[in-house]
Design a protein around this ligand. Structure first.
Ligand code: DAH
Length: 351
């Protein structure tokens, strides 16, 4: 084969397989990147590579030559294979350190600013969670309302002071920004017969003098529960449970008689807890009461039916000041902070 035979070769003459090995090792050493190395691998070890061709030729060798050449072939193959492996490792390592060379790993990292929920949203999520456990569904209504949903339907006569133009924002077409979320009580009853058990969180607007506790836009959570034989005891139990879940079991809850046109009797609720920043002070958080029969009558008129028969159905309603609840819960001193978008303030509620 190639003129070489075991008998005629002298000790110093190289077997062609050894020549092949040396040229393969030289090619491996000369490969400067991974694709060049891959080409070398194919040229020698590939299916139609030169080492494979020697495997084919083995068949034609004599009995004496076969074991000698076979052994040599194995040695050459493993020498080339391991040289390829080592060179590949080296090229990969060099590539990685090259990539790292452009990076100064001793530099401080770039801080990742992860967003967080606004404190009002956090407060709302908690409130919704508590009411949901009591079976309340979510309802909603528009911020821009008509006078009927905001006042008339809520038994609020046209001469009621809340209608005074000084107290809310009117649009040129006569509509207004709702002064409370109680509008959603009406919208819910218009769209579905009793029983009803909903809360409606949302924005409300008033032309208030802006100060630490008043803002032209604030937020409320409205509640409405209409069913048979609903009583003041249900109202009291529901709201006491809610306020203790929110502020802690040691929270004292006080119901004070009050007046709202759309409830009778009506109450305001104050809370007090030593666990809160407000400490020993009573703080007003809620208006509530038993839904006034006049409200049912007005809803029936709008529905053109008698679904809300005041003789059959009773219910309670409430309006919680959401900003107020969040201020108490998180010890926030000024309502204006909610809308100022100051990251130094908002960042305190992250995580
Ligand atoms: N809408 C009232 C307000 O904004 C709060 C309120 C009082 C809501 C009594 C109610 C209620 O649902 O029954 O001052």
């Amino acid at each position: 084969m190639n003129g070489w035979s075991a008998e005629t070769a002298d000790a110093t003459e190289m077997h062609p397989l050894e020549e092949l090995r040396d040229s393969a090792l030289a090619d491996v050493a000369a490969a400067t990147d991974e694709s060049a190395l891959d080409a070398v691998r194919v040229r020698y070890l590939g299916r139609s590579g030169s080492i494979a061709a020697w495997g084919e030729q083995m068949k034609s060798l004599s009995k004496e030559e076969k074991p000698v050449v076979g052994k040599l072939l194995n040695q050459v193959r493993s020498a080339v294979t391991s040289a390829l492996g080592e060179a590949g490792e080296k090229l990969r390592a060099a590539k990685e350190s090259g990539a790292l060379a452009a990076t100064d790993i001793s530099l401080p990292g770039t801080p990742d600013d992860i967003g967080a929920l606004h404190p009002l949203t956090q407060m709302l999520d908690r409130a919704i969670g508590i009411f949901r456990r009591m079976g309340f569904a979510l309802a909603e209504g528009p911020d821009v309302e008509d006078e009927w949903h905001c006042f008339d339907a809520l038994n609020t006569a046209p001469d009621h002071p809340a209608r005074n133009e000084q107290d809310t924002f009117f649009l040129p077409d006569g509509r207004l920004l709702r002064t409370h979320t109680s509008t959603v009580q009406i919208r819910t009853m218009e769209s579905a017969p009793p029983p009803i058990r909903v809360i409606a969180p949302g924005a409300a607007f008033r032309r208030d003098e802006v100060d630490a506790t008043h803002s032209a836009q604030f937020h409320q959570i409205e509640g409405l529960y209409v069913d048979q034989r609903v009583s003041v005891a249900d109202l009291k139990g529901t709201l006491e449970y809610f306020l203790r879940e929110l502020f802690g079991p040691d929270t004292a809850v006080r119901f004070r008689p009050h007046y709202f046109p759309f409830t009778e009797p009506s109450f305001e609720i104050d809370v007090k807890s030593r666990a809160l920043k407000s400490g020993e002070k009573w703080i007003e958080v809620c208006g509530c009461g038993m839904v006034h029969p006049a409200v049912y009558e007005e809803v029936n008129r709008a529905r053109s039916d008698t679904a809300y028969d005041p003789e059959k159905w009773t219910g309670f309603a409430f309006g919680l000041g959401m900003d107020r609840l969040a201020m108490i819960l998180f010890g926030i001193p000024d309502i204006r902070l909610f809308a100022q978008n100051d990251l130094r303030f908002l960042g305190q509620f992250a995580g």
